[in-house]
Design a protein around this ligand. Structure first.
Ligand code: ATP
Ligand code: MG
Length: 472
């Protein structure tokens, strides 16, 4: 066995950490175990209960990775757990007690009584949660072999489903019969693809075939949960590989059918440079997207999603997609609503898709550039450029052009100038006094005209000059 954990419980490397040495793919690594984790193991042990570290934490440790996400399982009931951890917070829906993780307050330690699951009714939630008799039963209800490993208080690995071997071979394999497991809880299919993308693993054949067969069941799952998994996939180190897997598994057809329709839509035209069909161009754009933000990555992935609906082939063979960014924006809006994006996420997602075609013509006026900034929002400018560059690279063009570089410089320049009418050195009162006007739309119009003149550098933003410009 290449994989082993040499435990050195008595060796304290730092005051607050215990060390575990593990060997993964021939590399020996030291993983530090937080003191708070050690304390939980000790407390349960002293109280005479079984306690194990389970799930992602064990998988990560074996791969030599530090984790902040600690799950435990025990034969103590929730009431007994609360006696051992008096400050714990009990969530009776899952039978889990949460307690503070001093190393990461966002991710409390989770201690759950051994569980077994039965009677799935809605492809997601078991009808009732029943306590399992022992660790074996608890491990058997877990989704994948690499997630069904446990570490006991002596740091011995308990591996009933050859999870370590699958880690070594970089494989996601369902525990038990994959077809039945996805039938019980369809979210597991998204988890398989997402975890594969995060870890750079492949999905084992039978498990993959079962996803293809059961993919339509994903529609039974709450959209928030599907979205959460897809965002995690997009945020992973190789989202391109993850989305290809997502497509090949049949899940794209269910979750993003509008995207699936982009494959096979040709965009080569006489005299126009396009090396990929729409779907593959979108995938390649994602591959080149430099932003780490999942919303920007998602927008990059679907920025041309309206092309199949706007496709036209002219008599001379030219293919056009007139108005595709408007149609793409509408589809983006539908996707954001369907997948229950937050308002903030939706706003950014739509803006990036809507304005991705901005022109970078060197003859553009400052007000045109200002308009782009206003449309897309200052806070999104960097991600807008990331999408644009990804779009170029994903279409086989060079990363940048002198026009784009020029445009970036002007974006910065323009931002240093007064930005809205409110930044003018005179206001509506000055206009009314100077021209003897009553309040009304006329005043606003005059201010806007002045503002444009300042932007076009025809006059300076100085009170004296502005007032002078008002007079005929
Ligand atoms: P991550 O924290 O990165 O999402 P994880 O493997 O720790 O990865 P969690 O969602 O924290 O995933 O779940 C903890 C453990 O609970 C998993 O490792 C797995 O053993 C089990 N688990 C989670 N979701 C399911 C599920 N849908 N079906 C079966 N077991 C599950
Ligand atoms: Mg976890």
């Amino acid at each position: 066995m290449i994989l082993r954990i040499i435990y050195q419980r008595s060796i304290q490397v730092k005051t607050s950490f215990y060390a575990l040495e593990c060997c993964y793919n021939g590399n020996t690594m030291k993983v530090e175990l937080p003191k708070s984790v050690q304390e939980i193991l000790d407390k349960f042990d002293k109280a005479g209960y079984e306690i194990y570290i389970v799930g992602g934490a064990v998988r990560d440790i074996i791969m030599g990775k530090i984790t902040n996400d600690w799950d435990f399982t025990t034969n103590a009931t929730p009431e007994q757990i609360l006696k051992i951890i008096p400050g714990g917070l009990y969530n009776n829906q899952f039978g889990t007690v949460f307690t503070d993780n001093p190393d990461d307050l966002q991710r409390p330690h989770e201690i759950t009584t051994f569980r077994k699951e039965e009677n799935y009714t809605d492809f997601r939630h078991p009808k009732k949660i029943t306590w399992g008799k022992n660790l074996e039963e608890d491990l058997s209800r877990r989704d994948f072999t690499i997630n069904s490993l446990a570490l006991d208080k002596e740091f011995k690995v308990i591996d009933l489903y050859k999870g370590q071997e699958d880690i070594k071979n970089k494989l996601i394999r369902a525990v038990g019969d994959p077809d039945a497991r996805f039938g019980e809880d369809a979210l597991r299919m998204m988890r398989a693809v997402r975890i594969a993308s995060e870890l750079g693993f492949l999905i084992e054949n039978k498990t993959f075939e079962a996803i293809k067969k059961n993919a339509p069941l994903i529609n039974k799952i709450a959209k928030e949960r599907v979205k959460e998994e897809f965002f995690k996939l997009l945020a992973s180190p190789n989202p391109y590989d993850g989305v290809v897997l997502f497509r090949n598994s049949g899940l794209m057809q269910e979750v993003l059918p509008e995207m699936e329709k982009c494959f096979g839509v040709e965009q080569k035209s006489p005299g126009r440079h396009h090396i990929y069909d729409v779907g593959n161009h979108l995938l390649m754009s994602l591959k080149f997207c430099k932003s780490a933000d999942p919303v920007t990555r998602f927008a990059t992935l679907i920025h041309d999603i309206g092309k199949p609906l706007t496709y036209k082939k002219l008599e001379n063979g030219t293919i056009t997609f007139y108005n595709h960014e408007m149609v793409s924006t509408k589809i983006a809006e539908n996707i954001a609503d369907r997948l229950r994006f937050s308002n903030k996420e939706k706003d950014k997602f739509i803006k990036l898709v809507r304005w991705h075609q901005f022109t970078v013509d060197e003859h553009q006026t400052d007000s045109a550039i200002r308009r782009i900034l206003r449309n897309v929002g200052l806070e999104n400018v960097e991600d807008m450029l990331a999408l644009r560059i990804a779009d170029r690279l994903g279409g086989g063009a060079r990363e940048t052009s002198w026009r784009l570089e020029e445009f970036k410089k002007r974006l910065i320049e323009v931002q240093k100038q007064p930005f809205t009418v409110r930044d003018l050195k005179i206001d509506g009162n000055d206009v009314m006094k100077e021209l003897n006007l009553k309040p009304g739309p006329e005043v606003g119009k005059i201010l806007n005209d002045l503002f444009d003149k300042v932007v076009e550098k025809k006059i300076e933003n100085e009170k004296k000059e502005l007032l002078a410009a008002l007079r005929p």
